[in-house]
Design a protein around this ligand. Structure first.
Ligand SMILES: Cc1cc2nc3c(=O)[nH]c(=O)nc-3n(C[C@H](O)[C@H](O)[C@H](O)COP(=O)(O)O)c2cc1C
Length: 213
């Protein structure tokens, strides 16, 4: 995939990403560009290529007011000023279409029939017999990875972001219009043009967090 980004400086995209919590409210991002961002983000890896993520885009004043019912108040500034919020939720039923996903990989001549049968024989039973906790954890991991990729792609498109999980976890999924038996909340990502310099954070010394076995 060859792609020209507004910001193609890899080091700047990654190392200068900071959470922005106040955006220029006059900036609109088209739905086409938001969809492009999501499409690009879904090149992220996922367990067994299950892609157990789902996205809800909030880009109108009415939709913003609606989700605020299930978002903690300290996150209102981002919601009020962002061009859009992309809420990432995990899909605990993604294995239901798993067969179709891999069938397509086979039909696109990317894997042999033997490999296809091996995948169906190995991974499918793992998910079909999985506990609810396993499916939720799997979906949370996949969705967190795609969310990170989405934030970095937003930088490549010339925007900044704030990930937030300060929400009412019991109610956010129904407020987003989704089935809470199937989808689990992961995080919202507020996206837009920075209106205030972000707080610069520090990190623990990674050598104190690292073990070599
Ligand atoms: C899973 C997750 C949840 C977060 N929730 C919130 C939130 O509810 N509100 C907020 O202002 N920031 C939230 N943040 C942003 C963090 O505070 C921020 O990433 C951290 O302080 C490091 O700062 P940086 O993003 O500028 O590097 C969240 C970040 C992550 C990854």
């Amino acid at each position: 995939m060859k792609k020209v980004f507004v910001n193609n400086d890899f080091a700047d995209v990654i190392l200068n990403r900071h959470s922005v919590r106040l955006f220029d409210p006059t900036v609109k991002i088209t739905r086409e560009e938001l969809q492009t961002l999501i499409t690009e983000a879904t090149t992220a890896p996922s367990a067994c290529n299950l892609q157990s993520w789902h996205f809800v885009v909030i880009d109108t004043p009415k939709a913003k007011e609606k989700i605020k019912k299930a978002v903690l108040k300290f996150n209102y500034p981002q919601i009020d000023t962002a061009s859009a919020i992309i809420f990432v939720v995990g899909d605990t039923q993604s294995h239901v279409v798993y067969r179709d996903v891999w069938q397509k990989v086979y039909e696109d001549h990317k894997i042999t029939k033997e490999r296809l049968d091996q995948i169906f024989g190995t991974f499918l039973p793992l998910y079909e017999n999985a506990t609810s906790d396993f499916l939720k954890l799997d979906a949370t991991i996949d969705s967190s990875i795609v969310a990170t990729q989405l934030m970095l792609l937003a930088r490549a498109h010339g925007y900044d972001t704030n990930p937030f999980s300060g929400v009412d976890f019991e109610n956010i999924v129904p407020v987003l219009g989704l089935d809470p038996k199937r989808y689990i909340p992961v995080m919202g990502i507020a996206i837009g043009k920075m209106a205030e310099k972000p707080l610069l954070t520090t990190r623990y010394d990674a050598t104190t967090l690292t073990e070599f076995l």
